[in-house]
Write a protein of this length. Structure first.
Ligand SMILES: *Cc1c(COP(=O)(O)O)cnc(C)c1O
Length: 358
């Protein structure tokens, strides 16, 4: 049976992808050179569509990586000499912090229990921290950091760099890139593509920092795809190594489709579908929303406690043609996670609610 995937990545594919994939094959994109004008036009198109969709200004470049977790390493290498600072409240934000330790950075952490979120006024960033690492949407627990709080943190610590992991929410968060130095995502979540491409947005200020660090004898910013290398190729819409041309093409076309709908509409639809799901969880005797504080509840990954073992809920949904995510880690048996990405329609969300209420 054909399933509708409500899993928070890999997720339901965006409906137009079949047609774009067909076009890509017809145009033989799998065989073109990444040093050709044809490829440069594809990169440029995707860059333009993402700029429109996410409101990215000229001060920031847009680069392609293998995945989002690769960007954790790249940004730490390129933008931290000694110290980073991390807000941690779940598995993904924790891994970002772990990467910093693995790269022998002095990583500061402010940690909250699973399911709790952060407010700007409680954040104290240590004096020598150079990079503030934030996760807009903690996919493991369904907690969101509000964009106004992210912006407030940067206003308070204007000299420090701010990077936002928006992997399981982009294009939903309306980030102000005059207050965000870097942000990144991968395509298998809210962009509704198969996995295999990361997108890294980084500012001129990040580039300058990387160039400064590169001059120090004892310092490495990495060998593979340093920010200065990515940026110098980006000037002509090229990449240092042979990239995933097919996915860069598909991402541009899906971003174009989302732009045709309009980002404001996409955001409103996301909020409306989230409202339906949370209302159902609030009213139901069989489920409760996991995240207590409404202001911290994710709009794109909804986490619910289940009365019944979650395996039963998941298997019943599957028989009805819907795949929902398991709880994360120790919540595997008592929670479900529901992705609310642009690829799933109101009708599909209604069908899921009907199934869960059985
Ligand atoms: C999925 C996810 C990642 C990792 O993305 P990959 O594409 O698997 O590298 C990082 N951060 C968050 C918040 C995620 O949801």
């Amino acid at each position: 049976m054909k399933q509708t995937y409500f899993t928070p990545g890999p997720a339901e594919l965006y409906p137009t992808i079949y047609q774009h994939l067909q076009t890509a094959m017809d145009e033989q994109l799998g065989s073109i050179s990444h040093r050709s004008q044809k490829f440069r036009d594809i990169y440029k198109f995707t860059d333009e569509q993402l700029r429109t969709l996410l409101n990215v200004p000229e001060t920031h470049g847009i680069f392609f990586t293998g995945s989002a977790s690769e960007v954790w390493e790249r940004i730490l290498f390129n933008c931290v000499e000694h110290e980073s600072f991390h807000l941690v409240n779940g598995s993904f934000s924790k891994k970002f912090y772990d990467y910093a330790n693995a790269l022998h950075k002095y990583a500061h952490v402010f940690e909250k229990p699973f399911g709790e979120g952060f407010d700007a006024n409680e954040i104290e960033v240590p004096e020598y921290a150079e990079l503030i690492c934030l996760t807009h949407n903690e996919t493991s627990s369904g907690v969101q950091t509000r964009t106004q709080d992210i912006h407030k943190i940067k206003r308070k610590y204007a000299k420090k760099l701010v990077v936002v992991d928006m992997v399981s929410s982009a294009p939903y968060p309306d980030l102000d890139y005059s207050l965000v130095d870097s942000a990144f995502f991968s395509v298998q979540k809210a962009f509704g593509m198969p996995a295999g491409l990361g997108v890294w947005i980084a500012s001129q200020t990040c580039l300058e920092k990387a160039e400064r660090l590169q001059k120090y004898d004892s310092m490495t910013v990495g060998a593979h795809h340093t920010l200065p290398t990515l940026w110098s190729h980006y000037k002509t819409f090229e990449t240092p190594a042979t990239p995933n041309v097919l996915f860069i093409y598909l991402l541009g076309k899906i971003a174009e489709d989302l732009n045709k709908i309009g980002i404001d509409t996409i955001r409103k639809q996301t909020e409306e579908k989230a409202r339906m799901l949370y209302k159902f969880l609030d009213d139901s005797a069989d489920y409760t929303p996991f995240v207590q504080q409404e202001r911290h509840r994710s709009q794109t990954v909804i986490v619910a406690n289940t009365q019944k073992p979650s395996a039963d809920v998941i298997s019943n949904a599957k028989q009805a043609g819907m795949v929902v995510g398991t709880g994360y880690g120790k919540f595997k048996d008592s929670q479900i996670r529901i992705a609310n990405f642009p690829a799933t329609s109101f009708v599909q969300v209604e069908a899921l609610i009907k199934q869960l209420s059985k």
